[in-house]
Structures are given as structure tokens and as C-alpha cells.
Design a binder for this molecule. Structure first.
Ligand code: EPZ
Length: 422
């Protein structure tokens, strides 16, 4: 297995491009299951999760053709299965995103239950309850969700008990195929959900409330959609936030291109509160060194609040801020796996339930550490950039799921990082 060797005490400089958003590309790939035409997806991030999802569509009989490392076309006329098997779904829980489209368009499907992951149980009960309310018959059999809707799905009002990003996306795609109007109340408002809604609208769907927590959509009664021939995935706000934290933790000046600053509001204001100056225009952002980096408090919330996917990265940054910072994780029950690894590098962190107190400034010392999930791994990279000596980060297959060319981008910014074999 690969591991990353990182030399610490680094200052960064220069500029890099940010890739397309993994969490927008995934629902858009699922959306191609509703098309009647060939669709070319552009600005795809070149990461493992995207390849995994395309292999799922390939397994269903769709024609998936990679045009280049960021562009793939999908044509589904030869789809010959509606069964998403465990061997693929276990690799990537977001495969659950085929449930809504397959059931909505074809009236039946079997999708393996995704199971939990490092950051929590991550049930899909809200997805299932909503589809049942739309008329689906769903049973769990041998670890599979077996769903049928003989007369198709019916539009209705869906009240989500909790805000769920992929739950909202699944129901949007199911509702697009349903008969009549569906209203989703307590919908997720992430930019990735907004892009999905915008593409549905561009495909001629009547959809109201885009970007709000109440979305109305009028379905086609199982008629396929003519999607735009080319769809460019929006920039990845979490990758951008992660590199902003790389600049912040090393107190450097770096610039990120191909971003959308409007998607980074909570992250930008938290960095400014800590003491950083940031300047930006419509597609790039620059962070400058801070005179003093103050401790901070944050609670993760749904968009537009502070993103849970940036929690681990800010925890690494907090070790270099003066005073005690408080981080509360409100979305997932076990998203502090990075704490013990940061402590092994010398971070002074105490945990009480879902709240961490980070006492800064602590001097970090390079160590062998283990990645546990995608964003926790990126926090260890950030810590390794400032730690004394060398940090070796193991199990970096977690990183490869969601960060494109991480070593190349950090090397371009001046880091001393290499990928080695165990
Ligand atoms: C999406 O996951 C993202 N993944 C996650 O990013 C992100 O952390 C999460 O939203 C929250 O922003 C993708 O978009 C592919 P949820 P999702 O359903 O949709 C509970 C990354 O690092 N819940 O919004 O799976 C759930 O347990 C990944 O890129 C239920 O209880 O998250 C959690 O506590 C990690 N029942 C909360 O809701 C359900 O049926 C929010 O989960 C569904 C969710």
C-alpha cells in the first residue's frame, strides 16, 4: 500500500487549480440514468469515487466512455440491470444515489445497503421512508434494498426529519420521474444540490424553490429527460477549503484558481475571524499570512453553515492558533477519528462527547500516522506540513477517494511530499 512522506516546517507559495466537486459529480452521474440522450460530464475530479461510480453504471449496462481524465460521456439506452451490487456499493456509500433514479424511471431496483463507515452509522432510513411515501414498496432482503413501484412513483409532500444531502438528491431524481407534484420540506441547500436542481430545470423540468429548504418539482410520469449535452461540474468547495487551511496552517500566501467563493462563505469568515486576510474575485481566492492566529469556536451545521467536511482540517489549524479553540461536530456521531492521530503528533486536544477543545499553540512532531476517512486524512497532511521532522501518512487510499493529485498540488506550492510504497 502507498503512504505519503511529508517533510514538515514548510512555507507554501504560488497557485494551484481546484478540481470539480466530487459531491456534485456523484449525483450528476446518477442523474444520467434519467436521460434519453448522451451526456458529456466535464470538469470531473480525477478521483477514485468517481471511477467507482462510473464502474457501477457500466455494470448496469450503461455506455460509459472516458474522453479524458476530467471528461466522460454516458449513454444509457443499453442499460440491462437495475441491481447495484454490494461489491461496488461497499466501496462507496454514495452509490445509494442510484436508488431514486432507477426506481423512478424503471419501477424497480435492488441496491445494496451501504453500511456504515468510519464517521458514523450513516443510515439511509430517510431515503427509504420518502420513497415509500411516494408509493414504492420497499423491503430489505439479504442486505439489499429491494424496491418496486409497479405503477410508478406518485408526487407527494416529503418532510425530512433531518436535512440529508443525498436524501434530498435521491428524492429530487425520483420525483422528476413521478406522476404529479412533489414538495420536499427541510431539503438540503448545499451547492451540489443546487447544481442538480439547475440541471433538472435546464432539462425542462418545472422546479421551484431551488437553493431553499422547500423544493417543488413536477414529475414526467416515468418519461426520460433530455439533459443538456454537456454538463460542467461546479468547483469543489471542500478541496478549496482544505488548501486554504494548508495556507493558513503554514501561515503562507497562496492562491486557488477555478473556485467559486460564493460556496465558501462560512470557511472564509472563520479564517478571517482567526486573523487571516483573504482577497477573491469570481473564480479565485488568495490567503495571506496572519500577524496573529486567534483561537476560535465552531459548530458544524448544514449549508450555508460551517461544513462538517471542513471540521478535521480546522482542528489541525487550531493546534497553531493561540488559546483554546472549541469545535462541536453536530452532524456525525464519530467524526473525531483524526483526534488520536493529531495527539500522537503532539496536539493538545481534549474530547467531551461531540465537542473537542484544542489548546494552541502546540508544537507538532512528525510521526507515522494512519488515515481513517477522507477528511481526517487531509487533516493529517495539514499537520504534517507544519510538524517538526517527517510525517508518514498510511492508508492514503482514503485521500485518493476525494483529492485529485494531492502530492502534485502541494509540491507545486513548495511542500516536500512524496508517495512511497509500504
Ligand atoms: C453528504 O453525505 C456528503 N457526501 C458528505 O461528504 C457530507 O459530510 C454530508 O453530506 C453532510 O454534509 C456526498 O454528498 C456524496 P447526510 P450524506 O445524509 O448525504 C443522517 C465527504 O467527505 N441521516 O446529509 O450521506 C446522517 O447519519 C462526505 O465528501 C440519517 O439519519 O449525509 C447524518 O448524521 C463525507 N438518515 C446526517 O443525517 C438518512 O436516511 C446528515 O447526513 C440520511 C442521513
Amino acid at each position: 500500500m502507498d503512504f505519503l512522506a511529508l517533510k514538515g516546517e514548510t512555507r507554501l507559495q504560488g497557485a494551484i487549480n481546484i478540481a470539480g466537486a466530487k459531491n456534485s459529480a456523484l449525483p450528476l452521474i446518477a442523474l444520467t440514468l434519467l436521460t434519453t440522450n448522451k451526456v458529456i460530464l466535464e470538469n470531473l475530479p480525477n478521483v477514485v469515487d468517481i471511477k467507482t461510480f462510473f464502474s457501477l453504471l457500466d455494470m448496469l449496462g450503461c455506455q460509459v466512455c472516458e474522453i479524458d481524465s476530467h471528461t466522460t460521456s454516458v449513454e444509457i439506452s443499453k442499460l440491462n440491470s437495475t441491481k447495484a451490487t454490494y461489491d461496488i456499493v461497499r466501496k462507496m456509500r454514495a452509490s445509494i444515489l442510484v436508488l431514486g433514479p432507477l426506481l423512478g424511471r424503471f419501477g424497480h431496483c435492488e441496491v445494496s445497503l451501504p453500511g456504515g463507515c468510519a464517521i458514523g452509522a450513516r443510515p439511509v432510513d430517510l431515503h427509504i421512508k420518502a420513497l415509500e411515501k411516494m408509493g414504492a414498496e420497499i423491503r430489505i432482503e439479504g442486505g439489499y434494498i429491494v424496491a418496486t413501484a409497479k405503477e410508478g412513483l406518485k408526487g407527494t409532500t416529503i418532510n425530512f426529519d433531518k436535512i440529508t444531502v443525498t436524501g434530498t438528491e435521491n428524492i429530487l431524481m425520483a420525483a422528476a420521474m413521478a406522476k404529479g407534484k412533489t414538495t420536499i420540506i427541510n431539503a438540503a441547500k448545499e451547492p451540489e444540490v443546487v447544481q442538480l436542481c439547475e440541471i433538472l430545470k435546464e432539462s425542462g423540468m418545472e422546479i421551484n424553490g431551488i437553493g431553499s429548504d422547500e423544493i417543488e418539482i413536477y414529475g414526467t410520469n416515468m418519461e426520460g429527460l433530455k439533459l443538456p449535452e454537456k454538463i460542467a461540474v461546479i468547483p469543489d468547495r471542500i478541496e478549496a477549503g482544505t488548501y486554504l487551511c494548508a495556507g493558513a496552517i503554514t501561515n503562507s500566501q497562496i492562491t486557488l484558481h477555478k473556485i467559486n467563493p460564493n460556496h465558501l462563505g462560512a470557511v472564509i469568515s472563520k479564517l478571517e475571524e482567526i486573523g487571516f486576510k483573504l482577497t477573491f474575485n469570481h473564480d479565485s481566492i488568495t490567503i495571506y499570512p496572519a500577524q496573529k492566529r486567534n483561537s476560535f469556536e465552531l459548530s458544524t451545521t448544514e449549508y450555508p453553515g460551517f461544513p462538517t467536511d471542513m471540521q478535521a482540517q480546522f482542528m489541525a489549524l487550531a493546534t497553531q492558533c493561540e488559546g483554546s479553540s472549541i469545535i462541536e461536530e453536530r452532524l456525525f456521531e464519530n467524526r473525531f477519528m483524526h483526534v488520536s492521530e493529531l495527539q500522537r503528533m503532539g496536539a493538545n486536544i481534549s474530547l467531551r462527547g461531540n465537542t473537542a477543545t484544542i489548546y494552541g499553540i502546540s508544537e507538532l512532531i512528525g510521526a507515522d500516522v494512519m488515515a481513517t476517512d477522507l477528511r481526517a486524512s487531509s487533516a493529517l497532511v495539514l499537520a504534517g506540513l507544519v510538524a517538526k521532522g517527517e510525517t508518514n501518512i498510511h492508508r492514503i487510499y482514503h485521500l485518493d477517494r476525494g483529492y485529485e493529485d494531492l502530492e502534485a498540488k502541494l509540491t507545486k506550492l513548495g511542500a516536500q511530499i512524496s508517495r512511497l510504497q509500504e
